[in-house]
Design a binder for this molecule. Sequence first.
Ligand SMILES: [Zn+2]
Ligand SMILES: [Zn+2]
Length: 348
Amino acid sequence: MKRWLISENGRFYKACLHLHTDISDGAYSPEEVKKKYQEKGYSIIAFTDHDVFITHNDFSDENFLAINSHEIEVSENNVNLTRYQKTYHLNFYAKDRNATMTPVFSESRVHIGNSSKYVTDEMRKTDVYAYYSPRSINEVIRIANENGFFVTYNHPVWSLQNYPDYIDLEGLWGIEVWNTGCVCEGMPDTTVPFDDFLKAGKDVFPICSDDSHGDSDCFGGWTMVKADSLDYDDVIKALLAGNFYSSTGPEIYELSLEDKVLTVKTNDVKNIRVITEWRSPGSKQHAPEKVGDEFITRIPMKNYREHYRSKLIYGWQDAYFRLEVNGHDGTHAYTRAFRFRDFPELFQ
Ligand SMILES: [Zn+2]
Ligand SMILES: [Zn+2]
């Protein structure tokens, strides 16, 4: 039986899940940002201005969805960001469109761009102060999760962070593997932290975003969400279920598994790489075949299954695979990771 790894039903909507407007330090108003992104085919924007949580439900219509969200930053020594300082940046997304407050506000953090102008007495009732430590950040993430928000860990490279800074974080929904703004600043992210979380048994989803503030950092990385409709609830449901892929170029139309073979339908791409946590002899790259107008890559999972079996001996119960689709122009698309243990049909 065919099993859909990105759901068969619904349609893809192009989303930017991280950007800034003149509510904080962006150059353009939310209205202007919406117009710019809509002209480039985006249907969804999460407005993640710094620190203050401002809702944008009035922007949503039959062709556009605004997700209510914001970004916080917690820097070493709690000194506002300098170029040499480590910092945690996290995005918080409201599951409920009617949420009016973020549960993790702290006025002590408000300092970026115009954001201080938007602080209200209502916001001041919440003060979730945080220190630069995984333990303190975990407390912030826990409060967010318990109050109807989900959380991404943003641009670890730009934040000058490495393994000890992030590996103990708990309760994250997503992690940025691409951030256009950080690329522009010479700090391109990688998939290494993503794989580190997966190897630690923590399921997080890969996010490509722009984090745009002006003109130079737009339209470089996005997320394609497959949802039943553009309704807020449907899109959040699809995001939480991991029913999406992220990309800087390649398009994925179908991802399914049947008879121990993955089928991936894409646009015209160079190849697809299977990423697992083990080295393996031979190629883990698979080229598409042109069938009519379609580009179809078929990936037999038998070989990967055998490696998985041998790795079980070493206690790798959580082994995973994920796909990277490589465009002819050096761009990539990233699927979420899948755990072998969730595919008993591969072992029958
Ligand atoms: Zn940031
Ligand atoms: Zn940002």
